[in-house]
Design a protein around this ligand. Structure first.
Ligand code: DX5
Ligand code: ZN
Length: 218
């Protein structure tokens, strides 16, 4: 049976309590943690960098998988610091670099898995040449920058096309995904599902995660 992993985005949580929030998400059934890094340049918002990631790694221990979503203009700059801080996967934006091949190699050499993200305006054909060299493709379903935006259903053809061409590639969706949209992502073939505000802002994140998992197990 089909199944997908659920990775809460902690962007919408109480930022003064991030370590506890990460622990709480794992205790509530999260499969991994999606950590949104924003530099105020690639996107019009700022979050946190590798010093925070190092503290979060200490807080949660060695096991939880940290999927770093790097919404930054110079992704080359943070590969080594993020690896040293305890990141598991480094997902950079295709729009942010002129040399994806070299960056993929550097990320691998640093010991992390490689993710490649595209914004809504970027075609999946632009990502395709790199798909054989990466672990995960991230198809954004909102314009990156903020949590709590509306899910863009018209991105689903990108996911289905990638799934048809690359059967064993991890495909992640991110932005506006919750109980009302996750079935569309699952049907299109996404197997890593980010959910931010739907999980984190809920009174009962455990139930929401269980509900999301139930949809992708069907
Ligand atoms: C948006 C971030 C997302 C976001 C998801 O720029 O990359 O990870 O936090 O949050 P929701 O699910 O609320 O859209
Ligand atoms: Zn994200």
């Amino acid at each position: 049976s089909y199944s997908a992993k659920i990775g809460p985005s902690i962007l919408s949580s109480d930022l003064s309590q991030l370590g506890d929030e990460c622990k709480r998400m794992m205790e509530c059934g999260a499969d991994y943690l999606h950590l949104d890094v924003m530099d105020g340049h690639f996107v019009p918002n700022i979050t946190f960098g590798h010093p925070m990631v190092e503290c979060l790694r200490t807080a949660v221990g060695p096991d939880p998988f940290f999927d770093m979503h790097m919404m930054v203009s110079r992704p080359e700059q943070w590969v080594k610091p993020m690896a040293a801080a305890g990141a598991s996967q480094y997902t950079f934006h295709l729009e942010a670099t002129t040399n994806p091949g070299n960056l993929i190699k550097e990320i691998r050499e640093s010991g992390m898995k490689v993710g490649l993200a595209i914004k809504p305006g970027t075609t999946v054909e632009e990502l395709a040449p790199w798909a054989g060299q990466i672990d995960m493709a991230l198809v954004m379903t909102v314009e990156p920058g903020f949590g709590g935006q509306k899910f863009m259903e018209d991105m689903m053809p990108k996911v289905s096309w990638l799934r048809s061409q690359f059967p064993s590639l991890d495909i992640e969706v991110d932005g506006g995904v919750g109980p009302n949209s996750i079935h569309k992502c699952a049907e299109a073939g996404a197997n890593m599902i980010v959910s931010g505000s739907a999980v984190v802002s809920s009174d009962d994140p455990r139930s929401v995660i269980a509900l999301l998992k139930n949809v992708v197990m069907e």
